[in-house]
Design a protein around this ligand. Structure first.
Ligand SMILES: *Cc1c(COP(=O)(O)O)cnc(C)c1O
Length: 387
């Protein structure tokens, strides 16, 4: 039977198991312990943040971030539209209202000009949002400088959803460390994983201390159990933090492997008519967490769904680019600012298998499968790819 090739699978290094065993040997099987503390410190060192709180998921980190900023019932939060639902779901947990913002073509991320004009308009009518959540999509930073500048100008806190972009840079600095709060995810499909987990970072010590407090059931300082606020059970397990510490050791290798996948894909498929790869914006280095491209059906001779289905029949998993949140049934009542950039990327965009553990044979299979959709399965015309 043909071996399935999946989109993005976990890729353990040499140290994870040993660190997990340490947790067992010392009986730190709890959502607290030395691995949790060390994971936070090592994470801060790598990305250049001052403080971090390890939590149970990226979604939990976003929820805490909104809580820390004081987002409440009826508040509005501006948010990138081209992203996974988990970016915006916590806005709804807070009974606040998302307002979605379109992408730009150079980074596929939030269009800074749209944000500027929207905030300017909102300031005029005295209805500024409580926060802005910018997403760094598919391993590429958004254009942070103009976004941060306009947020600072109007005094609106910026939350960065860097769940997909650990290891990327923006002008040499790590996305997630520019705004008021940054969040990361260690879900199984992300660039490094703890099976499930997340991190909240900030340069504000009080915010991170408050995040830890809320993430451990908001227990007041008292010998008995006393609570003046509602908290959550959002801390990361010490066992999983052990996996995370091991994964941090190989982060740069994982980034290099994913960028290599991208290079191989673009050198083999980049010249096919109608194929356009997600650009790497000039302001930074993308990790290529997922290699994404768009297909122009006229020029290519098949549309995105035909390509996806053809690959699926050959046990190759691909995914359409995120369906913009303003087009999701659950967010259909929400306000939307922008045009049809994100929508177009969704209709024509596809994410290719991108794991750091793909073999050359895997890549060759994906490349040949895509090329043969274009060449109409005329095997004689299908160029042979040698990596
Ligand atoms: C994965 C992801 C999340 C959620 O992270 P979890 O750890 O799965 O909760 C949030 N935002 C984006 C953009 C993601 O890709």
């Amino acid at each position: 039977m043909t071996k399935p090739i999946l989109l993005s699978t976990p890729h353990m290094g040499d140290r994870e198991l040993e660190l997990v065993k340490q947790a067992f040997d010392t009986n730190w099987i709890a959502p607290i312990g030395p691995h949790v503390d060390a994971f936070e410190q090592e994470f801060c060192q790598i990305i250049g943040a001052d403080y971090a709180a390890a939590v149970s998921s990226g979604t939990a980190a976003i929820h805490l971030a909104l809580q820390l900023i004081g987002v409440e019932s009826g508040d509005e939060v501006f948010c990138s539209t081209l992203t996974f639902a988990a970016t915006a779901s916590p806005i709804i947990y807070q009974r606040a209202k998302p307002v979605f913002i379109d992408s730009d073509r150079t980074s596929w991320n939030m269009n800074p000009e749209l944000l500027q004009s929207a905030l300017k308009h909102r300031a005029c009518i005295g209805k500024l949002p409580k926060a802005v959540i910018v997403v760094h999509l598919y391993g590429q930073s958004a254009d942070i400088d103009p976004i941060l500048q306009v947020c600072n100008h109007y005094g609106v806190p910026l939350i960065e959803d860097a769940a997909e972009s650990l290891g990327a840079t923006y002008k040499g600095q790590h996305p997630g460390t520019f705004g008021c709060i940054g969040i990361y995810s260690f879900n199984g499909n992300k660039i490094i994983t703890t099976s499930g987990g997340g991190m909240l970072v900030s340069n504000n010590a009080d915010l991170v201390a408050k995040a830890r407090f809320l993430a451990t059931q908001a227990r007041d300082r008292a010998p008995h159990y006393q609570h003046s606020e509602i908290g959550y059970n959002y801390r990361l397990s010490n066992v999983l933090a052990g996996i995370g510490r091991g994964q941090l050791c190989v982060l740069s290798e994982r980034v290099a492997a994913r960028r290599r996948n991208f290079e191989i894909y673009i050198s083999s498929l980049g010249n096919l008519p109608g194929v356009e790869f997600m650009p790497e914006a000039g302001f930074g280095r993308a990790t290529r967490w997922l290699t994404c491209l768009t297909i122009d059906p006229e020029a290519f001779g098949a549309d995105r769904e035909q390509v996806r289905n053809s690959l699926s029949a050959q046990q190759i998993e691909t995914r359409p680019v995120w369906k913009p949140l303003h087009l999701q049934p659950v967010f259909s009542e929400c306000e939307y600012i922008g045009g049809a950039v994100a929508e177009d990327l969704f209709r024509r965009g596809i994410c290719l298998p991108s794991g750091s553990n793909l073999t050359n044979e895997d890549l060759e299979r994906v490349i040949s499968a895509i090329a043969s959709v274009h060449y109409g399965n005329k095997k004689s015309q299908t160029p042979l790819f040698m990596i």
